[in-house]
Design a protein around this ligand. Structure first.
Ligand SMILES: Cc1cc2nc3c(=O)[nH]c(=O)nc-3n(C[C@H](O)[C@H](O)[C@H](O)COP(=O)(O)OP(=O)(O)OC[C@H]3O[C@@H](n4cnc5c(N)ncnc54)[C@H](O)[C@@H]3O)c2cc1C
Length: 448
């Protein structure tokens, strides 16, 4: 490509045209195929590398995809044909952990679970906890505003970001936010960039908030239900009750079967669904007992409590277990928690209407569901599965829900945007995009 040697001269070995590196960085974990192969990958080691690469791309009109760890499920990090990939994987240092202010400063490529583990050595933790925490990056979490298992207690990634360093599409570097608990200066640019899916700028440093690890032994609870609707009603009661779970997840019967056959751990497949979760704090046992009681009152066949988090590990395996069957999660709807029983009932009806089996796991306490359709990996099979997902998504919207609770839009869900957002809201977002990236080089035609 014309001018690529100029960028190579600036970045030296940090610009790779090695076919293996290109292939590895060309796609994320979604079922969306990349548009084609990029010409090169920038293995950025500092903010200056990102700035130089974006300035070059802006001048040459080269489309850029941004890659954290590539665990995204929407095609957001997929490469453009003839484009440039900017990878943040080498910017993976924790720069500081400040216990007194409960803040950490990190580079974007830090793996989420590694940040959490380092904070725990100081008696602190990083609350966002995606099921992919051992493989995804903090920068990717920020760009997708990731959720996860602990969100029912602590909120999503945006609640834990105090400030950012961002490189704009023309290579300029800016800082947002402050290290203070309160800060109301100007527009809230931090929140604008969180969840912008690599379309407005590249995050090169983040100041993240931390929480103190609660005292006491965490308790894990489990309850099995013959009817998934009853499990949904139990979740609604639990989140509106006093027990305050840190984790509250649901796996329907088919999901448990899929996970158990992938990694047997003695899980008994329930008739309808299983709730698993965790309570923390000095009163964790009393809270878990309260939750178990609520489950039985709402029709659970049995409920028990333990000190082991083996059940949560099983829940974390749902995506790998689906992948092992050649299935990929394609649905990330959210509904108000009061509508959980209705959405589960509706999913059963949609599944039987289409004659295709659907498994669902859910960050149930947040009303966030991932449903997967069992359908052959052929064009006709994928079209049939997509028709099921479309019906489930439209039902979620009819119940006051959302098309995406945590994965974002990327390319996979872009056709659903007008189902949820009005033309003015879409226009305003495209105006913001044009203001920050007038040449449309940074993750174009995705997310909005
Ligand atoms: C097994 C499994 C379980 C999962 N569980 C969850 C879950 O519980 N909750 C959840 O929310 N998600 C989950 N995901 C999805 C995924 O892990 C998240 O979306 C995660 O935040 C992506 O991080 P990443 O570093 O892999 O980003 P990537 O996939 O590399 O990129 C994701 C998006 O962010 C952009 N991006 C990445 N880094 C930057 C940066 N520094 N600056 C600007 N833009 C950037 C990319 O361009 C892309 O649009 C799961 C995925 C898997 C495979």
């Amino acid at each position: 490509m014309d001018g690529l040697q100029d960028l190579a001269a600036r970045l030296e070995a940090r610009l790779s045209t090695d076919p293996e590196v290109i292939a590895r960085c060309a796609r994320d974990t979604s079922r969306a195929a990349p548009e084609g192969l990029p010409v090169a990958v920038v293995l950025a080691e500092c903010t200056g590398d990102v700035s130089a690469a974006l300035a070059w791309a802006n001048e040459t009109g080269t489309r850029v995809s941004v890659r954290g760890a590539g665990t995204g499920l929407t095609g957001g990090a997929n490469a453009y044909d003839g484009g440039l990939v900017i990878s943040l994987e080498r910017m993976n240092r924790i720069l500081s952990i400040d216990a007194d202010d409960r803040l950490a400063v990190v580079q974007p490529g830090v793996i989420t679970a590694e940040l959490d583990a380092a904070c725990r050595e100081e008696g602190l933790f990083f609350p966002p906890d995606p099921a992919s925490a051992r493989t995804c990056s903090v920068g990717g979490n920020i760009a997708t505003n990731a959720g996860g298992l602990r969100c029912v207690a602590h909120g999503v990634t945006s609640d834990w970001i105090a400030g950012l360093e961002v490189v704009l599409a023309d290579g300029r570097v800016m800082r947002t936010g402050a290290r203070t608990r309160k800060n109301v200066v100007g527009y809230d640019l931090t929140r604008l960039f969180v969840g912008s899916e690599g379309t407005l700028g590249i995050v090169t440093e983040a100041t993240v908030r931390l929480k103190t690890v609660p005292e006491g032994t965490p308790r894990t609870f489990r309850a099995s239900f013959a009817r998934v609707e009853d499990a949904g009603r139990a979740v609604t009661a639990i989140v509106n009750g006093p027990a305050d779970p840190e984790v509250l997840e649901l796996m329907d019967a088919l999901s448990v079967e899929i996970i158990e056959s992938f990694h047997p751990s003695g899980l008994r497949v329930p008739g309808g669904a299983m709730l698993v979760g965790q309570t923390v704090g000095l009163d964790s046992l009393a809270k878990a007992e309260e939750i178990a009681r609520t489950c039985v009152e709402h029709g659970a066949d049995d409920a028990d409590i333990s000190d082991s988090d083996q059940l949560l590990e099983a829940r974390r395996l749902s995506n790998p277990a689906l992948n092992a069957r050649g299935l990929k999660i394609s649905c990330d709807i959210g509904v108000p928690v009061s509508k959980l029983a209705e959405i589960f009932h509706g999913i059963k009806a949609i599944s039987s209407r289409h004659g295709l089996r659907v498994s669902s796991v859910a960050h149930a306490g947040d009303g966030n569901l991932h449903s997967t359709v069992e359908s052959p990996d052929t064009p006709a099979g994928i079209a049939a599965a997509d028709a099921v997902i479309d019906d489930i998504t439209k039902l979620a919207l009819a119940l006051g829900g959302t098309i995406s609770g945590e994965h974002g839009i990327g390319s996979v869900k872009r056709h659903e945007l007008p189902w949820q957002q009005d033309a003015v809201a879409l226009d305003v977002q495209r105006g913001i995009k044009r203001a920050l990236d007038p040449n449309g080089i940074l993750t174009p035609d995705r997310a909005i």
